[in-house]
Design a binder for this molecule. Structure first.
Ligand code: 5GP
Ligand code: ZN
Length: 115
């Protein structure tokens, strides 16, 4: 199910261009338009799920498939020394696009850990 007003749904449908790095039945991944590291990829479910807070037993297969894809993408991007996976959830979490996504950040020794 797509949301007609969602920018990431439009990207998944090809109505808005993106730099796609991976796609399968459940998952779409693209380079972030405003990269914060040499490798900065967004990994999204192909179904419109607003945020981590909306994950439940009806849609959690997308999360499993996202993390399977993350491992594949990291290998394809040469991130054998490691990387960080981040999800921002909701207003206090700093989420700006309300379609669930996980950031993969890598290609450099990352600093500024908050945990
Ligand atoms: P959030 O702040 O919601 O965790 O992350 C949203 C991310 O989406 C940001 O890093 C932002 O740069 C990225 N972004 C916003 N609009 C677009 C777009 O149209 N295309 C791509 N590739 N990334 C986008
Ligand atoms: Zn969406």
């Amino acid at each position: 199910m797509k949301d007609a007003n969602c920018i990431f749904c439009k990207i998944i449908d090809g109505a808005i261009p993106s730099t796609k790095v991976y796609e399968d039945e459940y998952v779409f991944a693209m380079r972030d338009i405003n990269p914060q590291a040499p490798v900065h990829i967004l990994v999204l479910p192909k179904e419109h799920i607003c945020c981590a807070d909306a994950i439940d037993e009806s849609n959690s297969v997308y999360v499993a498939k996202i993390f399977e894809a993350i491992a594949k993408i990291a290998k394809a991007e040469g991130l054998e020394k490691g990387y960080r996976v981040i999800n921002n959830c909701g207003e206090d979490g700093g989420q700006t696009v309300m379609h669930l996504h996980y950031h993969i950040l890598g290609g450099v020794k990352l600093s500024e850990k908050i945990i």
